[in-house]
Design a protein around this ligand. Structure first.
Ligand SMILES: [Zn+2]
Ligand SMILES: [Zn+2]
Length: 236
């Protein structure tokens, strides 16, 4: 019932204030085709050294330094379109931007992500927010993106297993790399490890810079019995 009321409300809002391109203002969509076409995609690279790696695999020399085995970052965060879109999504609370951003990411993944994955071997898990952060923003941006990816690639989504119990300072507010690692350390726990046992877990987040949050999630998931960890982000 509440859903129906909300969607009716959304429908009226859309009539009154139709979506406009967040870049050029053209009415219709949050990203108009013209602007979306100007956003250059990334090519997959090694999570650690950032050298090109067509399948997103971590290169041999780097594999000791991370628990992540494949990494897909669709776009460059320094691209002005991507930066603006992610900022509006996260800090101006424009929840509906999950759709164009998610679709952008899916388009990228369609080129590079392995095809025909067997769903029973995988779990898509969004990087969780703490309770405080969730109630502040009202949604978890990574979860919305993860839903779109799971739906498009027909892979199961799991949002109850990885929990963030420490309310950390947002990583973007910390400049020093070591302090970032320290900030995120022991921030997560795995509830019901039997669910992830022997699964390939695909973590999803909006952005990653030095990768400390993804790495911390990967460490905890691996320790809890996951078979392998991959990660997908909109931008790096
Ligand atoms: Zn536009
Ligand atoms: Zn490397």
């Amino acid at each position: 019932m509440r859903e129906t009321i909300l969607s009716t409300y959304q429908f009226i809002l859309d009539l009154l204030f139709p979506a406009a391109c967040i870049f050029c203002g053209r009415e219709g969509n949050y990203f108009c085709l013209n602007c979306a076409a100007k956003i250059p995609t990334n090519a997959p690279n090694c999570f650690v050294c950032q050298k090109r790696s067509p399948e997103g695999k971590i290169c041999r020399n780097c594999s000791r330094k991370t628990k992540i085995r494949r990494f897909f970052a669709g776009y460059h965060y320094e691209n002005e379109f991507i930066k603006k879109a992610i900022r509006k999504f996260k800090y101006n609370f424009i929840k509906d931007l999950s759709e164009p951003l998610g679709n952008l990411l899916v388009n990228f993944l369609k080129n590079y992500f392995p095809k025909n994955l067997e769903p029973e071997k995988f779990l898509i898990i969004p990087v969780p927010l703490s309770k405080q952060r969730y109630s502040w923003r009202g949604f978890n941006q990574s979860e919305l993106l993860a839903k779109i990816i799971a739906h498009n690639f027909r892979l199961p989504l799991e949002t109850e297993v990885l929990i963030r119990f420490k309310n950390t300072i947002p990583q973007a507010e910390i400049k020093n790399i070591e302090e970032r690692k320290e900030n995120i350390k022991n921030a997560f726990v795995v509830k019901k490890p039997e669910i992830i046992k022997n699964k390939i877990v695909i973590l999803v987040d909006d952005i990653s810079t030095i990768g400390a949050t993804l790495e911390e999630c990967a460490i905890i998931l691996k320790a809890a019995g996951a078979k392998q960890i991959w990660a997908i982000v909109v931008a790096r």
